[in-house]
Write a protein that binds this ligand. Structure first.
Ligand code: XIL
Length: 435
């Protein structure tokens, strides 16, 4: 049921005239938000009901030729791609950038990302254990040009004791990535989870601020010459359900309890002091759908931009299925668009689609993979898509207690355990090539 979109034909023509080739896809497009605090052109204030929300396609006719032919739509949860309308909106302000132009052809996801114009980073979460497996390493480096350490750069791994840092496992991943010409995103500086006990039990504003500052300064300082993308704060917002519904609020963490909401601003300010040119991101889950958490995070980030906090972008984790939300291409397009309209870059930062419990059917999984990747691809402000792992057998969901897998395979990724491409891979490739 896939349709060959006009975008593909149009962009194949453009690519023949010279698509951007290679480079490291550093994703320096869009995102003026570093220090501007400019607020957004026509930022949709999408508050309101959990699942209402209007269409993402509120555009005022701008967007350029390519944009007007490309699609970010399709109903959530069903149906094949309907390549009709543009993901652009931004009415009332500056025109959104024209849609990204796909490569005419590519034999790997990485190549498709690098040959797109502008380039799109194609990422994967990499684990230290995986790097002991030659097949894993081969597929990871062939198909991706962007790396997030799955666990090795979290606080408990890097600073297990106060002021004592342990770099070995993280250095291993960062150096492997760089030797394969892959960029790295540091993940993550400030997060309530995977915190060592000594930090988790700390109280007192001065103590917590000092510990947070020491951590950010040391970690960013250690990696400064090797990476310049950071998830500065992860998952600061909580709802009653992991699906992003019910009583959205600031999560009561050691940081929030001691410092209040200003810990967010502070973390980004400290990070900016450490690296004036790094890309500084906020990252969260279940903000992919149109739900209360997405609205809350949008308002929170909008406030940061308006206060001049040095934030460059927002990562939508994109864990689809249990325990997190489901979201279709149109939902994701809506959320990506409204963050981008704040002058920010956007990323899909941890994508996987969990089949456990059959909450997401096999057909839905394929549709989601295509349509969600497409929603990012058509937006130049969307600078990267990271998949949360390489092969199904190593997915974190298999053993995550609320993911309903209980040790079975989540079948959530693009490669099977023999590192063969699955149909999910093909659907992602289709989206990256404008099909
Ligand atoms: C997960 C890892 O994949 C697991 O190995 C670990 O046990 C728990 O954390 N959101 C994030 C990631 O930001 O860091 C999490 O990674 C998945 C959810």
């Amino acid at each position: 049921m896939r349709t060959t979109s006009l975008t593909f034909l149009f962009s194949a023509f453009l690519c023949a005239a010279g698509c951007s080739d290679g480079g490291d896809g550093a994703g320096e497009t869009g995102g003026a938000g570093a220090t501007s605090g400019s607020g957004g052109a026509g930022a949709t204030s999408g508050s309101g009901g959990a699942t209402t929300g209007t269409s993402a396609t509120t555009g005022s006719g701008s967007g350029g030729a390519a944009a007007s032919t490309s699609s970010a739509t399709s109903g959530s949860g069903g149906g094949a791609t309907t390549s009709t309308s543009s993901a652009t909106s931004g009415s009332g302000g500056s025109s959104p950038a024209p849609a990204r132009v796909p490569a005419a052809s590519a034999s790997t996801l990485r190549e498709a990302g690098e040959k797109a114009n502008p380039p799109l980073l194609i990422g994967a979460a990499i684990s230290g254990g995986g790097l002991n497996d030659n097949n894993y390493k081969r597929v990871a480096a062939a198909e991706h040009n962007y790396v997030t350490a799955e666990n090795e750069m979290k606080w408990d791994a890097l600073e297990p004791n106060p002021g004592q840092f342990s770099w070995g496992a993280a250095d291993n991943i960062v150096n492997w990535a760089r030797s394969n010409n892959m960029k790295v995103k540091g993940h993550t500086l400030v997060w309530h989870s995977q915190l060592p006990g000594w930090m988790n039990s700390m109280t007192g504003a001065t103590q917590v601020e000092q510990a947070m500052r020491r951590h950010i300064e040391n970690v960013m300082g250690h990696f400064k010459d090797r990476l310049n993308h950071w998830d500065v704060v992860n998952e600061a917002v909580l709802t009653d359900s992991d699906t992003g519904v019910g009583n959205p609020r600031m999560r009561p963490t050691v940081f929030f309890n001691a410092l209040g909401e200003r810990y967010l601003d502070l973390a980004f300010q400290i990070a900016r002091e450490q690296d004036p040119t790094a890309k500084l991101y906020y990252n969260d889950y279940s903000i992919d759908a149109r739900n209360e958490k997405a609205d809350f995070v949008y308002e929170m980030v909008k406030g940061m931009v308006e206060r001049g906090v040095p934030i460059d972008g927002v990562g939508l984790q994109m864990h689809i299925g249990p325990p997190n939300n489901e979201a279709g291409g149109a939902d994701v397009a809506y959320n990506l668009r409204r963050f981008a309209d704040l002058g920010l870059e956007v990323l899909i930062s941890e994508m996987d689609i969990n089949r456990c419990g059959d909450v997401v059917t096999a057909d839905e999984q394929l549709t989601y993979y295509h349509d969600i990747v497409e929603a990012c691809f058509v937006m130049p402000e969307c600078v990267g898509i990271t998949f949360w792992g390489i092969n199904d057998g190593r997915s974190w969901l298999n053993s995550w207690s609320t993911a309903r897998c209980n040790g079975r395979s989540s079948e959530s990724l693009l490669f099977n355990d023999q590192y063969q491409k699955k149909e999910t891979y093909n659907r992602v490739m289709d989206a990256l090539l404008g099909r």
